[in-house]
Design a protein around this ligand. Structure first.
Ligand code: ADP
Ligand code: MG
Length: 552
């Protein structure tokens, strides 16, 4: 051992570990999926880097994952010959939980174990799940391409601290050894392990190898073929679900998925894309940790949140292209025309999946909308080419239906005889929207008004000016024009009233001079005596406050 060092876990890491052990115990076997998943990621990273540097294989390009038990020592080892880690990488990736959402995650815990285990799942479980069943974990690793003397040994009991040292390690890759807790002997049983591997990791495209029962030689336990290359009708739903948990780092299954092979004139690619059941913690971060994974002819190239437009940043899964060049850098990929076409194709497929859910599986669509609706709204602004399709997927609350499930199509279908516009109100919050005096005349005339109150809504209505030929009109802006909905008698009555109030208006104008642009008689109100209105092209109140908040 060289340069041994003892380092304390970050307080947050310690807390997460502790929680994991207690809250996840009922699902303890997930640790195996997590360790295999890391080993598979490491193999895929090596395969990609070796495309540009064959030497990294060190003469061994046969990538595998080995699972070994030692019944006497009561240890279980998951080993790979993947990319491996340097000492610094071990400290950075294993010694700390450097996830952006950690604090937020800890803050959202309730103390109720059942609920919290869901949260932990959402957070991703990872390497630390080993401590659910082990009271000591040893990790040995050596990075591909570095001398054997630069191996690393890491060990911890998962409580306060870990030890790390430099060791000689002729084998490239990583071995994680679990010293099983009292009572966890089921994980020393090869039959049980095979069963778990088939359940969790059948689809992993790297062979998972165990010693043969007879003791002589080894055998591959999983299917080890990329799941997405198999025909759709030969993949069981459970297999799709397990694959999702692997690619998405999720603990729960997906809400829905699409699996499709596209054979166009210039591109051929396969999509296996999923919608999660829940928003990840970093949904609102500038640089989310995860995204869709790009493969070229089964070789993992990169995982990049930018493979999908921002408004679909919650989509997970893989895109595997047959037509992109293998030896490309990230930078080149970002500007590759073929990749642009593939992205556009993937976006269309995802919108198709959402349309299908909205139509045929309303409960699922409701879940989707609750989790990701706010993000999807950004698409109206970000993706003008698909604006009509996205508009159809939007859901709102309205004066008629507060459930928040009114589509623009529903609204249009309910429009009154003679109604020409889609009326909406943007307010600070739901309460303010419902109680706005601007709604009085619409209530009185039984005209539905869409109620919006999310920060993105202001931008949404600025970009979505019409739907199916019907203009969207704010109830708070400009002249109240109810079109043919105002009847002749009303118009006559208004003229009479206007005459009668001429002097009053002049007096109010004088009194408020410089503080308001104008004072007008209004048909908006039926109960309130007065309200503030914006001129047709003016900034709305909410926009004004947003601009003020940002210092403009
Ligand atoms: P995640 O896989 O979601 O990143 P984990 O806790 O499972 O989170 O793993 C943390 C990090 O540790 C990985 O991202 C990777 O950098 C590193 N790591 C874990 N296991 C291995 C392994 N077998 N080989 C190489 N690196 C690994
Ligand atoms: Mg992992």
């Amino acid at each position: 051992l060289q340069n041994p060092e003892t380092i304390g876990f970050q307080a947050e890491a310690r807390q997460v570990l502790d929680l994991m052990i207690h809250s996840l115990y009922s699902n303890k076997e997930v640790f195996l999926r997590e360790l295999i998943s890391n080993a598979a990621d490491a193999a895929e990273k090596l395969r990609f880097l070796a495309l540009g540097n064959e030497g990294l294989y060190e003469g061994d390009s046969d990538l595998k994952i080995w699972i070994d038990v030692d019944k006497n020592a009561r240890t279980l080892t998951v080993r790979d010959n993947g990319i491996g880690m340097t000492r610094q990488e071990v400290v950075d990736h294993i010694g700390t939980i450097a996830r952006s959402g950690t604090r937020k995650f800890l803050e959202s815990l309730t103390g109720d174990q059942a609920k919290d285990s869901q949260l932990i799942g959402q957070f991703g479980v990872g390497f630390y799940s080993a401590f659910i069943v082990a009271d000591r974990v040893t990790l040995e690793t050596r990075k591909a391409g570095v001398p054997a003397e630069e191996g690393v040994r890491w060990e911890s009991d998962g409580r306060g601290e870990y030890r790390i040292a430099t060791v000689t390690r002729p084998r490239r890759g990583t071995a994680v050894t679990l010293h099983l807790r009292e009572g966890e002997d089921e994980f020393l049983d090869p039959v049980r392990l095979r069963q778990l591997i088939r359940k969790f990791s059948d689809h992993i495209p790297i062979p998972i190898v165990m010693k043969k029962e007879s003791g002589a030689g080894e055998e591959v336990v999983n299917k080890a073929s990329a799941l997405w290359t198999r025909p759709r009708d030969e993949v069981r739903p459970e297999e799709y679900e397990e694959f999702y948990k692997h690619v998405a780092h999720d603990f729960e299954g997906p809400l829905a998925w699409l699996h499709s092979r596209v054979e166009g004139t210039s591109d051929e690619y396969t999509l296996l894309l999923y919608l999660p059941k829940r928003a990840p913690f970093d949904l609102w971060d500038r640089e989310p940790a995860h995204g869709v994974k790009l493969y070229v002819r089964r070789v993992f190239i990169m995982e990049d949140p930018k493979l999908m437009p921002r408004y679909l940043r919650f989509v997970r899964g893989i895109i595997d292209s047959d037509s992109l060049p293998l030896n490309v850098s990230r930078e080149i990929l970002q500007e590759n025309r073929a990749l642009e076409r593939i992205r556009a194709g993937a976006v269309k497929k995802v919108l198709g999946l959402l349309e299908d859910l909205a139509k045929n599986e309303p409960d699922k669509y409701r879940t989707f909308w609750q989790q990701f609706g706010t993000v999807l709204k950004e698409g109206i602004i970000e993706d003008p080419k698909n604006r009509d399709r996205i508009a159809r997927l939007l859901r709102f609350a309205s004066t008629r239906d507060e459930s928040g499930e009114v589509s623009l199509a529903d609204y249009v279908a309910r429009m009154k005889e003679g109604q020409e516009k889609i009326h909406y109100l943007v307010a600070e919050n739901a309460q303010a929207a419902k109680n706005s005096p601007h709604l009085e005349v619409f209530r009185h005339k039984d005209i539905e008004v869409l109620l919006l109150w999310e920060p993105v809504d202001e931008w949404l209505v600025a970009h979505l000016t019409e739907f199916e030929g019907k203009p969207l009109q704010s109830v708070a802006k400009g002249e109240l024009d109810l079109g043919r909905l105002a009847d002749d008698n009303e118009k006559k009555a208004q003229e009479v009233v206007a005459q009668a109030f001429q002097d009053t208006l002049d007096r109010i104008r004088k009194a408020l001079a410089g503080r308001v642009a104008d004072v007008k008689l209004s048909q908006r109100l039926t109960d309130s005596p007065a309200c503030l209105v914006l001129d047709a092209y003016g900034l709305s109140r909410r926009m004004e406050s947003i601009l003020k908040a940002s210092g403009q």
